[in-house]
Design a protein around this ligand. Structure first.
Ligand SMILES: [Zn+2]
Ligand SMILES: [Zn+2]
Length: 450
């Protein structure tokens, strides 16, 4: 397991200021911590938890955290930063700032940029830019196939050597089973994770939303659930056969969850993720043909949503990933069929799940906190933890804060949130990545030096 701080970002190699988070309610389900403490952070690590109000450390900045909940900061294994090629939508600085604002201490960027990230040079140049621009640690995936064309594999061993964190043709499935099989053979040798956007293009056709009652009513072409589940079944079988590891991105359908559950039972090395939008919205949201609700995979039915929630609780879905996909207004302000697929997610992920699933008692806060960072494990990183001697990756949450998504603007360069205008409850106030204060809500009082 690698340290999250070993990823590229501005804080790398810099000694952060020591911190005391005073009187925080500390919650870390994996470490079995759920009590009020002072958190002492020295040299970027959690030096210890002291009884509330008692901690002292010369030269430390004190952050008054009474009334706030300190949890392991989040890790998002699925983000689109749009660099290189579409920096008008997002870049490493704005995307990582959006992440920090959402409580994230680490993110992984997908490779479907323009051009796609498929060479050692591209990875090296992204890493250099992240070292200058990223306000939280950022890792970069490379594509599985050259140019994401689906036929020729990239030089996976060389890409891992220069620091690619894993591989994905996300945006597109890997159509050929033969190519997928060879990619898995390399995966086993090179060790880095392969993340899969699972979809059978033949079954998806020209679909723009979930195939079901609502699509029939609207007269829209639909994407059936089996487009996703049949590809997952294929790749799970191949991974088992090749003794390789796969991570399935953005699960959306009950059928897919059943396939993942069976694969886990059969011993396949498979992990999976679900997005906040698939966990909280259904294809009913598409009725008004608002393109903010257009994404791939599409929003599905209430039955699918319930299956996702159950799977997140049981661990069949390992982690929550946003699939943060910034788009320019002109790509979204067109008729539904023509609009670009994808929504932003980093700045609202926790608040949306808190508002729609935790506050009503559907999911336990502890489970959500766990799943918000568990994506780190799937890609070989140490899980953020509140245990003493861990790297200090902490999100300070105000669970009672009420706010309107987007009302104060976005840190992201884009604005295509499907939650914009929603009244949300729960907000990240401060994000600490490896001991550095990576984000502080403007309204949050500044700390006092001791
Ligand atoms: Zn995708
Ligand atoms: Zn994606």
């Amino acid at each position: 397991m690698r340290a999250i701080s070993s990823l590229d970002w501005r804080g790398a190699g810099q000694r952060p200021r020591d911190l005391i988070l005073r009187e925080a309610s500390v919650l870390d389900p994996r470490a079995g911590i759920d009590a009020q403490h002072d958190i002492v952070i020295r040299d970027g690590r959690i030096a210890g938890l002291a009884s509330p109000g008692s901690a002292e450390l010369d030269g430390a900045e004190v952050i008054e955290a009474g009334g706030l909940t300190a949890v392991p900061a989040f890790f998002d294994p699925h983000v689109h930063l749009r660099t290189p090629g579409c920096e008008d939508k997002e870049d490493i600085e704005t995307g990582s700032r959006a992440a920090a604002a959402g409580g994230y201490c680490g993110i992984l960027a997908m490779a479907n940029t323009q051009p796609p990230v498929d060479t050692a040079g591209a990875i090296e140049s992204l890493r250099e830019r992240a070292a200058d621009d990223a306000c939280v640690p950022v890792g970069f995936l490379a594509t599985v196939t050259r140019g994401m064309k689906g036929d020729e594999l990239t030089d996976m061993a060389e890409l891992v050597d220069v620091g690619a964190i894993g591989f994905s043709d996300d945006g597109l499935p890997i159509r050929s089973a033969r190519v997928m099989r060879r990619a898995l053979q390399y995966q086993r040798m090179a060790g880095a994770q392969i993340a899969l956007h699972e979809e059978d293009p033949e079954l998806s056709g020209a679909g723009v939303m979930h195939e079901g009652e609502v699509s029939a009513l609207l007269g829209m072409e639909g994407v059936p659930s089996i487009s996703e589940s049949t590809m997952i079944a294929r790749d799970a079988a191949l991974a088992l056969y090749e003794d390789a590891r796969i991570h399935v991105q953005h699960l959306s359908a009950r059928e897919s969850i059943e396939v993942v559950a069976r694969a886990k039972d059969a011993g396949v090395q498979i992990t999976s993720e679900a997005t906040p939008h698939h966990l909280t919205l259904t294809d009913e949201a598409v009725r008004a043909l608002d393109s903010r609700f257009k994404m791939n995979p599409p929003l599905r039915t209430e039955d699918d949503r319930q299956a996702l929630i159950d799977a997140l609780r049981s661990g069949i879905v390992d982690c929550i990933a946003t699939d943060h996909a910034p788009h320019a207004a002109e790509e979204k302000e067109v008729p539904f069929e023509q609009a670009a697929m994808g929504v932003m997610g980093l700045e609202t992920a926790f608040a949306v799940i808190h508002t729609d699933l935790i506050v009503p008692g559907i999911l336990d806060l502890g489970i959500v906190i766990d799943r918000m960072s568990a994506g780190a494990i799937a890609f070989g990183f140490e899980l953020p933890s509140m245990s003493p001697d861990s790297e200090a990756h902490i999100a300070l949450l105000d669970l009672d804060a009420e706010w309107e998504a987007g009302a104060d603007g976005w840190e992201s360069r884009s604005h295509n949130s499907c939650f914009a205008g929603r009244k949300l409850r729960g907000r990240c106030q401060v994000t600490i990545a490896a001991g550095h204060v990576a984000f502080r809500q403007r309204s949050f009082a500044l700390g006092v030096a001791t």
